[in-house]
Design a protein around this ligand. Structure first.
Ligand code: ARG
Length: 278
């Protein structure tokens, strides 16, 4: 007879301090609608947006992150969603080429910043919205398509980065960027919202991450998956209660922040965060 230890043990999680780029929402408002969250008739409070954003910034500093800042530009209210500014890996910055005219000017603004801060800039040929649709998990880049980022840009990024790009088809307009439907937990695991993807994409996700956390619709509806992890600490939407519980159960340390004002533009924690990998 063999005795096997069937008791599940929580693995020790490892935090790695990150370097990120953020943009203070000094000019944040909702003056146009390019996703279902945005209603230009609803009032926004820019000073509250700045206050909430500051809490996220302070949280990162407390976690020992290095936070770099790009100057916000008047007339570009979505610039606070820095994740869309590009995708940075091995000191190379693949620039963003936005889908909608309202955000197009952000592409060159972010590329200028990358160039001025020591990154080699790859000017994009194909439409893509940066880290909003490209999540690096280990050596795979999980890449969204269907609403914003083009499949052609997936190939472009594969060439530039030398990484394996996994194309995923988003099907729910409320989860229009892959970072609204997938949370990276660490280099080997993710959490995701099943209903946001088509069946072939789900097959890929199930094969790659059999142990993934499956998020509830309720948590996804407050952009709970739009979170940022250092491998142990995971900054999430404070209202994503089930996600918080599941993360704790798995040995992570969820930290809730309230970005309700930025949710009016259709973005959360991850949208405000662009990882810089030198
Ligand atoms: N209003 C912005 C847009 O629709 C929100 C971007 C959110 N960013 C993200 N990485 N999901 O483009």
């Amino acid at each position: 007879m063999t005795i096997t230890d069937t008791e599940s043990t929580t693995p020790a999680r490892q935090a790695t301090a990150k370097t990120v780029l953020m943009c203070r929402p000094d000019f944040f408002t909702v003056s146009y609608s390019i996703n279902p969250w945005m209603n230009p008739n609803d009032p926004t409070d820019t000073s509250l947006a700045v206050k909430q954003w500051q809490t996220l910034y302070d949280t990162y500093i407390e976690l020992g992150f290095e936070v770099e800042l790009i100057d916000p530009i008047d007339g570009l209210p979505d610039m606070v969603y820095a994740a869309n500014g590009g995708f940075v890996i091995d000191g190379k910055a693949y620039g963003a080429l936005f889908t909608y005219d309202e955000r197009k000017a952000e592409g060159p603004a972010y590329m200028d910043w990358f160039g001025a801060n020591g990154f080699t800039v790859a000017d994009p040929v194909n439409v893509n919205e940066g880290e909003g649709d490209f999540l690096l998990v280990g050596d795979n880049i999980l890449a969204g398509m269907g609403f914003r980022t083009s499949v052609e840009s997936h190939r472009e990024l594969a060439e530039i980065s030398g990484r394996n790009v996994v194309s995923l088809n988003l099907i729910n307009p409320s989860f229009y960027h892959v970072d609204t439907a997938i949370a990276k937990l660490d280099d080997t695991n993710i959490a995701y919202l099943e209903s946001a993807f088509d069946e072939p994409s789900l097959e890929k996700l199930r094969a790659l991450y059999p142990d993934a956390i499956l998020a509830t619709e309720e948590d996804a509806a407050v952009l709970g998956l739009n979170s940022y992890s250092d491998g142990y600490n995971i900054v999430i939407a404070a209202r994503a209660k089930d996600f918080e519980r599941q993360l704790k159960e798995r040995g992570y340390n969820p930290i809730g922040v309230d970005l309700s004002e930025l949710l009016l533009g259709g973005g959360g924690v991850k949208c405000c965060t662009l990882e810089l990998r030198r």
